[in-house]
Design a protein around this ligand. Structure first.
Ligand code: COA
Length: 699
């Protein structure tokens, strides 16, 4: 039963009981309605306590129901029923009370929570607004300024802060016990929030919230609609406000943005050890080795150290040890400065990182990651050294971005223990981890990597071996085609602007400047011998690198950075591009923002379908996670594949075919995309069919 009632003396305890998080489904709503209908009439009951079974109070409305039509009883009606209950009702908040969970607490006369309980209305992060009175009751409880700030950003707060803001009335380690014993006499005269006066208007707070929403949640509808509703509380009666809230909720939960954000929410939760590895022996890593203490190696080591793993960083000589030491110390200093660590914790953690020359003393490590220069020969030497120095069971990982891990694994006697762990820079912050399964990688090796990812709180995505795996393979097409648009007519800042307008935080050229143009240059040189001579090649980026325009670190790249400051447009670059176009006999035209966006997105989508078709990615949702968590694709568009499905696969294929008429070499419509369009299937249909086939084969 999703809701159960326990009677203790004259108190009724109503438990929300729907593991794992007491998400408020139809069963909970019905259970609450039935319980309150009964308890209201029970003369033996003088107080009703609402609490959660297990670790949570309630994690909000069951988001899985949002795709279908609303199911009765509706949460606002259940909440109104609780609010109208003549007996004092107390919310004993034993754990997270989020969204609809907190809205249920709001209709109780008193709220007591544990100090660790997380509270708030995070609906906007799912593309919706609080739909059970949150926008109307919270401003009446805590005032417009705090309410609008919390609701429009979906911000969550814990115990003490929640008490300070007025979200709760009291903190107690055992809220149920407190609710059972507290004096309920003062509650008798307390008016429910639906019956309190309009809150005082606060134009400055509303304006500030709108500015924040436009900046931090650019392009998103829900925050602005939530702000409108909070503002309404100052001028309109409660009932009218509730009608408007309900209308808004029902309207926006169907919008593409809400669907996209729900998709991301569930995709993230799906990113964990695959079912096929659940029963495989995975080692919990407590000691690890990182080879190379450059920026990437240092941040991998720092991230692992933060997760309680003792790390040895291996370098080639004492100068390199010094550089690695300063890279790591810089990370500690930054964390201290930002107040993320206190000095004592930092000192203790720092002791758990050893930086040394050579491979001595690592015979008790469970895993090693090489993060040395992107060069196959050097990486093979490193892997062979690790093979000799590590215990036989230890996992050997490469952090390569592109190189062939099957070939690299040949340097190790037992390639079953080799895999790719592709971190993203800065590795201690970026959540994505591509776990690359090589040809001979053992299931135990993979399972250990997934366990490590969980320990590091990463979003792990399984990838197969190919040039660039999932993310960099798609990104390489993005960059390549952006250069073609550039030589054909647009300027880098115009392309950047178009992609920022689509929702990226930065366009492709600003990103290149940030990460440096030299790595991609080396990669293009590596691929040059195998490049199709008929494929268009734009050499502008090569020329830039050769002229020392390496990006921000050189003070000049696609933009100029005078005095190390912000980017400014460089008119010289326009000359260079026009020059190159002239040399390549290209007549430059003009592209609108939508034309730039459509072409770049179609190029990436086409590649992504090939990646799915080849089994390099296990699912479309995995591709979405990679793009959102590793490459700045707007989360509210749901990732690349979700976006493709939203636009329509037939439309995307139509665009690709149109582009292919002009350049059939670079535009080769993906086999899988063609098949889905031909069969009238969605990506979901295809994946369901594939899963059914696989389980049929197993059965
Ligand atoms: N609706 C439906 N399912 C939900 C849910 C919700 N609101 N919140 C969590 N779940 C599910 C997850 O999908 C996951 O399912 P799975 O085990 O099948 O993968 C399970 O509950 C556990 O959630 P998870 O996030 O993995 O647990 P956690 O302990 O890391 O975090 C919360 C718990 C409550 C903090 C987190 O789940 C959360 O933030 N939930 C959403 C809160 C929210 O936005 N509410 C407003 C809804 S409109």
């Amino acid at each position: 039963m999703a809701v159960r009632t326990e009677i203790r003396g004259d108190a009724a305890i109503v438990y929300l009981d729907s593991p794992p998080v007491n998400a408020i489904s139809k069963d909970i709503r019905q259970g609450l309605k039935d319980s309150f209908d009964t308890l209201t009439k029970d003369d033996n009951i003088s107080r009703i306590i609402l609490t959660g079974a297990g670790k949570f109070f309630a994690a909000g409305a069951d988001a899985r129901e949002f795709d279908g039509p609303p199911i009765e009883p509706h949460l606002p009606d259940v909440a109104a029923l609780i609010e109208a209950c003549p007996k004092p009702c107390i919310a004993a908040i034993n754990g997270a009370a989020l969204g609809g969970g907190y809205e249920l607490a709001l209709v109780c006369k008193y709220r007591v929570a544990t100090p660790g309980a997380l509270l708030g209305l995070p609906e906007v992060t799912l593309g919706v607004i609080p739909g059970a009175g949150g926008t109307q009751r919270l401003p009446r409880l805590i005032g417009v300024a705090s309410a609008v700030s919390l609701i429009s950003q979906g911000q969550l707060v814990k115990g003490k802060k929640a008490l300070e803001l007025g979200l709760i009335d009291h903190l107690a380690d055992d809220p149920l016990e407190y609710a059972l014993t507290m004096d309920i006499a003062p509650l008798a005269g307390k008016r429910p929030l639906c019956d309190t006066a309009n809150p005082t208007p606060d134009d400055a707070a509303i304006t500030a919230a709108r500015e924040q929403a436009s900046k931090r949640m650019r392009g998103q509808t829900a925050p602005h609609r939530a702000i409108d509703l909070v503002e309404l509380t100052t001028t309109t009666g409660f009932d009218t406000g509730m009608v408007r809230e309900r209308e808004t909720f029902l309207e926006i939960r169907q919008l593409d943005q809400a669907r996209a954000l729900r998709h991301m929410f569930f995709a993230e939760r799906g990113a964990k050890m695959p079912a096929s590895l659940q029963n495989v022996n995975a080692t919990d890593i407590t000691k690890a080795v990182v080879v190379g203490g450059g920026n990437m190696g240092a941040s991998i080591a720092y991230g692992m150290n933060g997760a309680g793993i003792a790390v040895t960083v291996i370098e080639t000589d004492s100068d390199a040890v010094e550089r690695a030491t300063s890279n790591i110390d810089r990370l500690f200093a930054a964390a201290l400065k930002r107040g993320l660590l206190d000095q004592d914790t930092a000192d203790k953690r720092r002791e758990q990182i050893t930086i040394q020359v050579g491979y001595g003393g690592i015979s008790d490590a469970g895993l090693a990651i090489e993060a040395v220069i992107e060069n196959m020969d050097i990486k093979k030497i490193v892997l062979a050294e690790l093979d000799a120095a590590l215990p036989a069971h230890a996992v050997i990982a490469t952090n390569t971005s592109y190189l062939d891990i099957d070939e690299m694994a040949g340097a190790v006697a037992d390639p079953a223990r080799v895999l790719g762990l592709h971190f993203f820079s800065p590795a201690h912050i970026m959540k994505l981890l591509e776990i690359v399964q090589a040809d001979k990688t053992a299931p135990e090796t993979l399972a250990t990597a997934f366990r490590l990812a969980a320990r590091l709180r990463k979003v792990p995505v399984l990838a197969g071996v190919c040039d660039g795996f999932i993310g960099n393979r798609i990104y390489a097409r993005y960059r390549e085609y952006a250069d073609i648009i550039m030589i054909d007519g647009s300027l880098p800042w115009e392309i950047d602007e178009a992609m920022v307008d689509f929702g990226y935080a930065m366009g492709p050229y600003a990103v290149q400047d940030l990460s440096g143009l030299d790595i991609a240059y080396a990669n293009r040189k590596r691929l040059a011998p195998t490049r199709d001579p008929n494929r268009r090649y734009v050499a502008i980026a090569d020329r830039m690198v050769e002229e020392g325009r390496l990006g921000r670190k050189a003070g000049v790249g696609w933009y100029r950075y005078p005095g190390g400051g912000g980017a400014v447009i460089d008119p010289l670059l326009e000359d260079l591009i026009c020059d190159e176009a002239h040399f390549a006999k290209v007549t430059r035209g003009e592209f609108t923002d939508p034309e730039i966006q459509d072409q770049l997105l179609a190029m990436m989508i086409n590649e992504a379908f090939d990646i799915l078709d080849e089994g390099i990615a296990a699912s479309a949702a995995d591709i979405d996670l990679v793009l959102v968590y590793g490459y700045g694709f707007p989360r509210w568009r749901g990732g690349l594949m979700h976006y493709a499905q939203t636009v329509g696969l037939a439309k995307i294929l139509g665009q690709i075919k149109e582009y292919a008429r002009l350049d059939p070499v670079i535009w080769q419509p993906s086999r899988l995309l063609r098949q889905l369009v031909q069969d009238g299937q969605s990506i979901e249909d295809y994946e369901n069919e594939k899963a059914a086939r696989t389980s049929g084969q197993r059965g």
